[in-house]
Design a protein around this ligand. Structure first.
Ligand code: SAH
Length: 390
């Protein structure tokens, strides 16, 4: 496994044109006014955008003569479908998106009996260099704009509403920032995205705070900042080791902020929001799955407002590591529970389409059993997926 450098500052090139979703309501109204139209047109455009309407011709409450200019100025197409792959009997769908500069990102929509969750990307690539993660191994291309992040959730909401996933029309209920990238390394844009997800129509998707999860490797100052924002979304911390010695190698950011500091910051978040945080822990055979590490983790988290989500390692190209065998998983769970720590093992969706945790690499190369789609439009084809929350 090659050690990659940590990269915090994304290259500045390649940011997309301005989009309505990058703007506050006031900014959007000002932009519309500048174009010579009454400010309420901004609300009309927003309503269409968040409902997934992309063709100006369908915006019939806007005068036909104004639609073209307004859409061109404020609703540039930022995300183009390269292909969809489906898995899990059509209930998981991974989408590969091309951005305006050719950068590629992925999102994964997963339908469950009681909810639908989309896993979105916040960066093209990732600078955090975790050696077991396909995205981390590819390095950071650039930050996504707010509109590029929001657009993934809007597309998922529209896909659910239109019944594009097996099971008929439904509603997008959950968003997890567990796709490509480190959301807290692209803080300002992720913060804007949270606003768009939580704001009711017409200027947002109107999701509830607890159904939105921000997952981080543990950028402590950013966790503290998020704590002050008052957006009480669910926090997930990718811990993967209870001890600094091992975590320094599995999650290189640990060389900057240690296990104890990350857990302290998450505790402060839980205290402020009253919301339990998740501790993500990929179980890697003979690396971090030993009984003594389960005990250490149990001791670390006992009595805290935390919940452990164990993820049997998903395979990534070139990795020498694999998932812990079942008996080791069971032992790990049993020891955590004995320590009084709420623990679940994540049901991993869509491994066969490289859509599970840590497998998003956004390559146009199509792996073995995958079908490439022309370009636009939806069309389930092959399988995929991963899951997040509890
Ligand atoms: N950078 C953020 C967001 C990505 S979330 C973070 O790390 O939290 C992706 C989740 O999948 C993280 O918990 C990550 O640690 C985990 N993961 C990465 N590679 C994995 C793999 N190969 N198998 C299982 N989980 C993995």
């Amino acid at each position: 496994m090659t050690a990659l450098p940590l990269v915090f500052d994304a290259p500045r090139r390649g940011m997309p044109p301005r989009h309505l979703a990058d703007l506050t309501r006031e900014e959007a109204r000002a932009a519309v006014t500048e174009l010579g139209h009454p400010p309420f047109r901004a609300d009309q455009l927003a309503r269409h955008y968040y409902r997934g309407v992309t063709d100006p011709a369908d915006m019939t409450d806007v005068p036909a003569a104004a639609r073209g200019t307004l859409a061109e100025a404020l609703l540039p197409g930022l995300l183009t479908v390269v292909r969809h792959q489906t898995a899990d009997n059509g209930r998981t769908r991974k989408t590969l998106w091309r951005l305006h500069d050719g950068a590629l990102v992925e999102s994964v929509l997963m339908r469950y009996p009681d909810r639908a969750t989309v896993c979105i990307s916040s960066q093209a690539g990732c600078g955090m260099a975790c050696p077991f993660c396909a995205t981390g191994q590819a390095g950071l291309t650039r930050n996504l704009s707010a509109a590029e992040i929001i657009g993934q959730a809007v597309a998922a909401a529209a896909a659910m509403a239109n019944g594009e996933l097996d099971g008929g029309p439904g509603r997008l209920s959950n968003v997890v920032f567990m796709g490509m990238g480190e959301p807290l390394a692209n803080y300002a844009r992720v913060r804007k995205t949270l606003d768009a997800l939580l704001t009711p129509a017409p200027h947002g998707l109107g999701l509830s705070q607890r159904s939105v999860t921000v997952s981080t490797v543990g950028l402590v100052p950013a966790i503290r900042r998020l704590t002050e924002e008052g957006r009480n979304v669910t926090l997930a911390v990718s811990l993967h080791a209870p001890d600094d010695e091992l975590r320094d190698t599995l999650v290189p950011i640990n060389t900057r902020w240690k296990v104890g500091e990350v857990v302290d910051a998450a505790d402060a978040y839980a205290k402020k929001t009253g919301r339990r945080y998740s501790v993500e822990y990929a179980l890697i055979r003979d690396i971090n799955d030993q009984p003594f590490r389960a005990d250490l983790l149990g001791k670390l988290l006992a009595g805290k407002l935390a919940h452990v989500n164990l993820i049997p390692l998903n395979p990534t190209p070139g990795s020498i590591w694999d998932a812990s065998p079942l008996p080791a998983q069971r032992e790990f769970v049993a020891r955590l529970r004995a320590a009084g720590v709420a623990t679940t093992v994540r049901d991993t969706r869509g491994q066969d389409i490289d859509g599970a945790c840590g497998q998003l690499a956004a390559s146009e190369d199509v792996g073995v059993p995958t079908v490439a789609l022309p370009t636009p439009q939806l069309e389930p084809t092959v399988p995929l997926g991963a899951e997040a929350d509890e």
